[in-house]
Design a protein around this ligand. Structure first.
Ligand code: ADP
Ligand code: MG
Length: 327
């Protein structure tokens, strides 16, 4: 049987190099946590995450270079958000087919804009020749012991999603010429694809409240499965509770809008869990940052994710989410 992305990591890379007491959390979460120094009397931990965007796989090769850069940095910062970390700086490893000045100027402009927006300077990297590929490593900080991880969900916890999912998947249909909508709708959806919002404020505000968190890169159910696996629990999701995008519903049927909200990737919202007793504090916290979080289900004993349709039946879904090398 062919190895998928996660089997491959587990088999070949999970135990590489010596055990080290400096590593608070290694492979398997949105970012790694390392012990760092003391700042102003507080002990901080360093959070490190890296993500590669390959032309033709993670973005259309002939897209606007400024937009490609925005997306590259933003999706990387999303992993820091999922860890509850505040961005510090980033490194850029850029592989280019040629040194096209016009392309580079657009790319640098988009990158600089995103770096300003999230107060995250570029501090180094690497440049090589080859097929277009952008690899970014982000560094962030979190007070010791307060990082959000995928492993803290407990039976009875409520499952939340920030914002709305499914919009980036709809944008992909537009980019691939499969769907059309009126200009405002298209612009809104395309912005969600090219400039996803890393939920940094949500992540930092949820420290001490959320029991587990992940950013939705591969699809809500697929990413919630990672929380379930890492926490040794299951989950039940009520599809009828999911917030659905109005723009997406002008593009496709209710059924597809729901399917995309559950399984479409690239939205970079945060899926998180919290004890039911904290629900009013969660609501107040999300209100304070102006980002809705919707309760969509609960963590259960056992394993696997059950999704209940609006009519109460268990839902059969086309694909749970995206996997490189996946079947
Ligand atoms: P995310 O979607 O949050 O970026 P991934 O699904 O890419 O996370 O990766 C899952 C985990 O596996 C992460 O902890 C990541 O650092 C780790 N990982 C991925 N590829 C490798 C690799 N080649 N070597 C070591 N660790 C890896
Ligand atoms: Mg992630």
């Amino acid at each position: 049987m062919p190895l998928d992305e996660f089997d491959l990591i587990d088999r070949f890379f999970r135990h590489c190099g010596p055990e080290s007491s400096n590593v608070v959390l290694g492979i398997g979460d949105d970012g790694a946590i390392l012990q760092a120094g003391h700042t102003g009397g507080n002990t901080e931990e360093l959070v490190v995450a890296t993500d590669t965007l390959v032309a033709g796989t993670h973005f259309p090769e002939h897209g606007d270079p400024a937009e490609i850069a925005q997306r590259a940095l933003r999706v990387n910062l999303s992993d820091l958000a999922a860890m509850g970390a505040q961005p510090t700086a980033f490194l850029l490893a850029l592989t280019l087919p040629e040194a096209d000045e016009q392309w580079l100027s657009g790319f640098a402009q988009g990158l600089s804009q995103a770096a300003q927006t999230f107060t995250c300077p570029l501090i180094g990297g690497d440049t090589t020749k080859g097929p277009l590929c952008i690899s970014i490593t982000t560094l962030g900080s979190v007070p010791r012991g307060q990082a959000l991880t995928r492993s803290g969900a407990r039976p009875g916890d409520i499952v939340y999603i920030t914002g709305i999912t499914g919009e980036a998947r709809a944008a992909l249909d537009i980019l691939q010429g499969k769907s059309r909508a009126e200009t405002n709708t298209e612009n809104h959806l395309l912005a969600r694809y090219w400039r996803p919002e890393p939920r940094i404020a949500a992540g930092t505000h949820l420290r001490g409240l959320a029991s587990a968190a992940i950013d939705v890169s591969d699809g809500l159910l697929a990413d919630l499965q990672h929380i379930a696996d890492n926490s040794g629990v299951g989950a039940i999701i009520e599809a009828g509770k999911l917030p659905l995008s109005k723009p997406v519903q002008t593009l496709t049927s209710h059924q597809w809008a729901l399917q995309w909200a559950l399984t479409g990737g690239d939205d970079y919202e945060l899926c998180f869990t919290a004890a039911p007793g904290l629900s009013s504090r969660i609501d107040a916290c999300m209100q304070s940052i102006g980002l809705p979080a919707t309760a969509i289900g609960a963590i259960t004993h056992g394993q696997g994710i059950v999704c209940i349709a609006e009519n109460g039946d268990a839902m059969a879904l086309e694909t749970p989410g995206y996997r490189h090398f996946g079947v």
